[in-house]
Design a protein around this ligand. Structure first.
Ligand code: SAH
Ligand code: SF4
Ligand code: F3S
Length: 447
């Protein structure tokens, strides 16, 4: 029997953290090099890559409903590949539960997609969940060869996690902490800028654990990498995410006060305001240690916008311990934050801890937590009104003549006037809503 015709069109869908989005882009570039074109919006695709997240139960379950929805009216399906963290954690289960899936590929193995595709075309079902992260980066095509970059681009600099928080699957799905070499990162950043990027967000599960050697062989941390990238004339803004409190070095804090291109925004998850819960989570920092750290960051960069992650209903969390989280939120005044109900993940220590919290209790705590975070987000936006700042224009808005972009503090800003995607324009922030601000375009400034 002859193999079916080679797939011509593909579509990818990424769930989860920004690193999955980055991986999705790299897979797209890889497939483009194989001659596949992106299927048009709404059109059927020959190959579909579901790039998945395993962090919470709901995220993982979504994969199966998505696979089901790919079935066409005549009962056939496209070639389906499941990539990402669910593929890594549950590859065998996916193959057993979803016969229409032809390929399962882990987050450190997707450079092998072309060979896997060739095998899948012969009717085989193929799985690759190998782990060495650097092999992938060494084998992928160079960035920007097949596609333009958007104004704001992601660049994965670090992968994996050695922290083993007791609730979290990431150390198992992404593997051990590894840093990509400095020269590779400078090269990739240069290519992104040449392809149109004005802002680069450095990504890692613990991005501030990045360590390497600069061009002269000196040991540097993330701050050294940021300082080197800031020397690139056409790169205008640098961000990084997600950081861990324990890896927030003095050098990185200082960089916030000294490197103009490093944006005044810090996403620093804390998870809980209770020391007992933090210990049970194996977070290895206290609530007070976290607050003192933020004081030092604010001393270096007084206008810094802070963001965090929170989990409510960790096993054994009492009402009083939850109240400590609310107190911490009051003390910080976050510009924005993410909050989640605890989700027991198979294989993690917390999943079998005593004192699992009832769903209704978690719902109620999450509502109170989010009310506090929403209040602070609106207050932060309201306090920005009247400020003059730069906005990186990322796209057109819903209304005619409207532009959308980001302030230095990562707020969504919309305005009307003479601008173009990819420009950095000067505005005055005029009106604040909970999720965005309206701004007035100022006369073009020398830039
Ligand atoms: N490395 C980052 C976060 C990675 S996961 C860090 O440590 O900050 C992103 C967020 O998902 C976490 O910060 C945590 O708030 C949440 N999360 C992780 N595992 C979870 C679980 N089992 N249940 C609920 N939320 C979880
Ligand atoms: Fe997960 Fe903790 Fe590692 Fe973050 S630091 S990825 S929450 S184990
Ligand atoms: Fe999800 Fe994996 Fe990211 S579990 S949050 S996609 S590292």
């Amino acid at each position: 029997m002859r193999p079916p015709p080679a797939p011509q069109t593909c579509r990818g869908k990424s769930f989860g953290c920004q690193m999955t989005v980055y991986d999705g882009e790299r897979m797209g570039e890889l497939l483009a090099e194989q001659g596949l074109t992106a299927a048009e919006e709404g059109a059927d695709a020959d190959l579909v890559v579901l790039n998945t997240c395993h962090i919470r139960e709901k995220a993982a379950e979504k994969v199966y409903s998505d696979i089901g929805r790919l079935r066409r009216e005549d009962g056939s399906t496209p070639l389906i590949a499941v990539a990402g963290c669910v593929a890594q954690a549950e590859g065998e289960e996916i193959m057993a539960r979803a016969p229409s899936v032809r390929m399962v590929v882990g987050p450190q193995a997707y450079h092998r997609l072309p060979e896997m595709l060739a095998e899948a075309r012969t009717g085989k079902r193929v799985t690759d969940t190998d782990m060495p992260a650097q092999t992938k980066f060494d084998s992928l095509p160079a960035r920007g060869r097949t596609r333009r970059a958007g104004p704001s681009a992601f660049l994965t600099v670090q992968e994996g996690c050695d922290k083993f928080c007791t609730y979290c699957v990431v150390p198992y799905t992404r593997g051990a902490e590894t840093s990509r070499p400095f020269v590779d990162l400078v090269d990739e950043a240069q290519r992104l800028v040449a392809a149109g990027a004005k802002e680069v967000t450095l990504l890692g599960q613990n991005v501030n654990a990045w360590a390497g050697e600069d061009g002269r062989g000196r040991a540097i941390g993330l701050d050294g990498l940021i300082r080197a990238l800031a020397d690139m004339p056409d790169l205008q803004r640098i961000r990084y995410t997600t950081s861990h409190p324990n890896d927030m070095s003095e050098g990185l804090i200082a960089a916030h006060g000294e490197v103009a291109k490093l944006m005044p925004f810090l996403h620093l998850p804390v998870q809980s305001g209770s020391d007992r819960v933090l210990k049970a989570m194996n977070r290895s920092h206290t609530a007070d240690g976290y607050l003192k750290l933020l004081d030092r960051v604010r001393a270096a960069r007084p206008d810094i916008a802070l963001s965090g992650d929170f989990i409510v209903g960790f096993p054994g969390e009492t009402e009083a311990e939850f109240a400590e989280t609310l107190q911490l939120i009051d003390a910080v005044g976050y510009a924005q934050a993410f909050s989640f109900k605890y989700s027991p993940r198979p294989g993690t220590p917390a999943a079998t801890m005593a004192g699992q919290i009832a769903a209704e209790v978690m719902d109620e705590r999450l509502q109170r937590l989010q009310a506090a975070l929403n209040r602070d987000q609106l207050a932060f936006n309201a306090a920005s009104v009247g400020k003059r700042c730069d906005v990186l224009v990322e796209r057109t808005g819903r209304h005619a003549g409207q532009w959308l972009g980001k302030s230095p503090w990562l707020q969504s800003v919309h305005f009307h006037g003479d601008a173009a995607i990819g420009e950095v324009v000067a505005v005055e922030l005029a009106e604040a809503g909970p999720n965005s601000l309206h701004a007035r375009l100022l006369e073009p400034v020398a830039r």
